[in-house]
Design a protein. Structure first.
Length: 455
């Protein structure tokens, strides 16, 4: 049975014939080619095989072929075959990404051993990619709202349940927690997911134009209105209207919004004809709207209409075990955005990121991840943090528990969920690590990059 496909490239007929016989005796699947470009035609990111190429060839040489293959897939195993005087070139190939090199004349056993190891590496690489894609794609809501903390698991469960309904929703949470992300996740998971998502920042709308912006106007409705114009609500028909910072909306507009939500219709300025709305309203607030209503700054009847269901997005400090994994994700995203290679993240950095407070929540953590991806110092020392960020839990035991939990979560993230590497790095026994993970509700599966059997 074949272990994979080997592409063997050499422009000498007798060497291709010898290689074909060697691989055939080992029951390995091989395709022998005289030209490098023929190999390039077969190679893709999902190609389940490896490349063995001679270094010196008449058309395209082995170095150029290797470079082009690694452009297609940087993890593709390339074995370079060199002549007696080409060892220096072989070393150069290794530095540029070759898997291994063989010097002519090589023993058949050496060729087979090197090829089998390269095939094993390729198989594991492709299996890991499949596992990562399955993990990343198993749930669109989890892709947007990641985290294994109880608070985030509960939030995703609520969003999945709401996605099948038409209920209006109020999302509450501090600045930077990801209220808009939650709203978009709910929209995408609903039956309206392919329809418009209209984001309206109520705090940014100018008072003089807010009604026209939301409800639209007819030509001549006010000076300067030379033609009719759709408002944002009409643009969102069939989809979702997201009213961000709803607490900032002026009270006279709140009354019109209440009418729109109750009747699912609006009237443009300068018109008497209602326009039907088929939309879902999602509102978000960083303040306590019940307190605002009690103080007379927000209409209580509008609040009751908006909060048919209320979702609360937790502060980052309430889900510390999510911080290391989230930071890694944000660094990788920043590296892609800035077209830079993803940097290695030392365990000490993850420990520091996990141990400090983040008053700006995910938004602040994302800024730190951007700086790290760009190569700047994170400046995570406590002395340069705002006073709010330096606040501590009430008791010493609580401080110690929070720090220990964050430290273990950071190390698990850094080690990809490997318990053995984690308890060795932390200087714990295997039993002690298990007990602490059980105490803090930490699961290896939550931090594993792949479903391996390491312990």
């Amino acid at each position: 049975m074949s272990d994979g496909t080997i592409l063997f490239v050499d422009d000498e007929d007798h060497l291709r014939f010898a290689a074909a016989q060697t691989f055939k005796l080992e029951e390995l699947d091989v395709t022998c080619l005289a030209q490098a470009d023929k190999a390039l035609e077969r190679i893709s990111r999902n190609f389940a095989g490896i490349l063995v190429t001679d270094l010196r060839m008449s058309d395209m040489d082995g170095i150029e072929l290797m470079r082009r293959v690694l452009e297609i897939d940087p993890e593709f195993p390339v074995i370079v075959v060199t002549g007696h005087g080409d060892v220096e070139l072989a070393v150069r190939c290794m530095r540029e990404g070759a898997y291994d090199f063989l010097e002519k004349p090589y023993a058949p056993d050496r060729l087979i051993d090197t090829v089998r190891r390269a095939l094993d590496k390729r198989r594991l690489t492709l299996e890991n990619r499949v596992l990562r894609s399955q993990v990343g794609g198993r749930d669109a809501i989890e892709a947007r709202l990641g985290g294994r903390s109880d608070a985030m698991v509960a939030l995703r469960h609520q969003i999945r349940a709401l996605a099948a309904t038409e209920a209006d929703v109020l999302i509450v949470g501090a600045t930077g927690t990801g209220k808009e992300v939650a709203a978009r996740a709910l929209h995408r998971a609903s039956a309206h997911g392919d329809k418009p998502f209209v984001h309206i920042n109520c705090a940014a709308l100018p008072d003089a134009l807010i009604e026209s912006e939301l409800f639209g106007h007819e030509a001549g409705a006010f000076p300067g209105a030379t033609r009719a114009r759709f408002g944002k609500f009409e643009h969102g028909r069939g989809g979702t209207i997201f009213l961000d910072e709803i607490e900032s909306m002026a009270q006279h507009v709140q009354a019109k919004l209440l009418h729109a939500i109750q009747n699912r219709s609006i009237t443009r300025l300068g018109s008497n004809e209602p326009v039907e709305l088929d939309v879902r309203f999602i509102a978000a607030s960083k303040t306590d709207l019940e307190a605002e209503a009690a103080a007379g700054r927000f209409r209580s009847d509008l609040l009751y209409r908006l909060n048919v269901v209320t979702l609360r997005v937790p502060d980052l400090n309430e889900r510390r075990e999510d911080i290391p994994r989230l930071f890694v994700q944000l660094v990788n995203e920043a590296a892609v955005r800035y077209k830079r290679p993803a940097p290695d993240i030392p365990g000490a950095v993850l420990n520091a990121v996990s141990a400090r407070d983040w008053p700006g929540n995910v938004r602040e953590l994302r800024n730190a991840a951007d700086r790290f991806a760009l190569g700047f110092d994170l400046a995570l020392g406590g002395d340069d943090l705002p006073a709010e960020a330096q606040r501590q839990p009430a008791s010493l035991s609580e401080q110690v528990s929070q720090y220990e939990r964050a430290l273990i979560a950071a190390r698990l993230t850094a080690q990809g969920g490997s318990l053995k590497e984690t308890y060795e790095a932390l200087g714990l026994s295997r039993k002690a690590l298990y007990e602490k993970m059980q105490k803090y509700g930490l699961s290896r599966q939550s931090f594993a990059e792949m479903d391996d059997t390491s312990d």
